[in-house]
Design a protein around this ligand. Structure first.
Ligand code: DP6
Length: 366
């Protein structure tokens, strides 16, 4: 639906005179952690089931693009990722930007100097595609916005950025907004772009801490894109779609009621189901580590003994995201330092919390 609209408007914009360049655009965009997981694709980069995530704050990517009209309109691209010219992730970024030429034909006429850097180490075993691809999508949409005779409203700008971010990495579609964000069709919503969760959220769920316990920094044995592919023929595919749909409803009720207990049930069921799906794929595999399981066991015993409001989720990797409200912060941090830190690789934990979404960068080092 939007594909045609964006292609049609691309032609009109590409006719514009680019002579007033060079310029710089920059965006800082956060990572997000899914509570109901996107796992499996259909069509072109659309999800087989809806998902909901919480946007983070400290873990983000800053992308700046310096652009100028190229000589003879033969645009070239220079890329720096985390200060390195030839980083392997740079190739994925390059491929992504080339793929966007259908929607942004003017890109081919520009020399692009792209500088993208994460606030967290690439080697920390943290997925960076959501923040990286969303910051790139925002920067490219901002270049276009500057060329438009009819600039998009904030709402349509974000929607377009979410659509474009999705083409780079599905989870990146959700990083365009703050707080809780949904993506994928269910009772409402779209598979093409994400939207902010609009209903009222009760305490303590409107703001949560997310401490990421790093259990391994080794490169993953199986990329997410390959994991998604295995869902095409997965024996539990239909059951998984049904589970995600009902968990979307359940988590929505938890947010409305501020019910931490039922929120935890969904978060944990989703995390463990994601990894169960990997185990039951053909071929099966696991990204779980011994320390991952130990941390989950510790967390459940601690919760049983103390009644603390604490839960966890997992990404497509072995690190554990420990989620808790501010009123629990003191005792949870103390317990984590004592019991969980020793289970982490080099005692590494990254503390984050609910974030408000991307921000445009107006100046600063380039
Ligand atoms: C387990 O967004 O990394 O984190 O679209 O192939 O880039 P691609 O996959 P990606 O998959 C994320 C999967 C997940 C769950 C989620 O974020 O919803």
């Amino acid at each position: 639906m939007l594909d045609k609209k964006y292609r049609d408007e691309a032609i009109a914009i590409s006719k514009h005179d680019l002579s007033s360049l060079p310029r710089t655009v920059g965006w800082e965009s956060p990572s997000n952690i899914a509570l109901v997981k996107y796992w499996g694709k259909k069509g072109f980069q659309e999800p087989i089931n809806p998902s909901i995530s919480m946007t983070l704050s400290n873990m983000h990517t800053q992308t700046r693009i310096h652009y100028a009209r190229a000589r003879n309109d033969q645009g070239r691209m220079w890329l720096r990722f985390n200060g390195m010219d030839n980083h392997p992730f740079g190739q994925r970024i390059q491929k992504y930007i080339n793929s966007l030429a259908t929607y942004f034909p003017f890109l081919k006429k520009l020399d692009l100097h792209i500088d993208t850097r994460n606030s967290f180490p690439h080697s920390a075993g943290m997925a960076s595609s959501a923040s990286a691809m969303s910051s790139l999508a925002l920067a490219i949409c901002s270049i276009e916005q500057g060329l438009r005779e009819d600039p998009l409203t904030t709402e349509h700008f974000s929607q377009k950025a979410s659509y474009m971010a999705r083409l780079g990495s599905g989870s990146a579609a959700r990083s365009i907004y703050g707080n809780y964000v949904e993506w994928g069709q269910h009772a409402y919503g779209s598979d093409e772009f994400a939207h902010p969760y609009a209903k009222k959220i009760r305490e303590p769920l409107s703001f949560l801490h997310d401490s990421v316990l790093i259990t391994s920094t080794e490169p993953k044995k199986m990329k997410s894109s390959s994991g998604h592919e295995l869902m095409d023929q997965h024996p539990y595919r239909q059951a998984r779609i049904g589970q995600a749909l009902s968990n979307m409803e359940k988590i929505s009720r938890s947010l409305r009621d501020g019910d931490f207990h039922s929120f935890s049930e969904v978060a944990e069921e989703e995390a463990l189901s994601l990894h169960a799906l990997m185990l039951a794929s053909r071929p099966g595999y696991t990204l779980l580590r011994q320390a991952t399981i130990e941390i989950i066991d510790e967390l459940r015993s601690f919760r049983q003994e103390t009644g603390a409001e604490v839960t966890f989720t997992l990404d497509a990797g072995p690190n554990v995201h420990v989620l808790y409200p501010t009123r629990e912060k003191e005792r949870i941090r103390e317990w984590m330092n004592q019991k969980l830190k020793p289970l982490c690789e080099h005692g590494k934990m990254l503390h984050d919390f609910t974030g408000t979404g991307p921000e445009r960068l107006h100046n600063g080092p380039s």
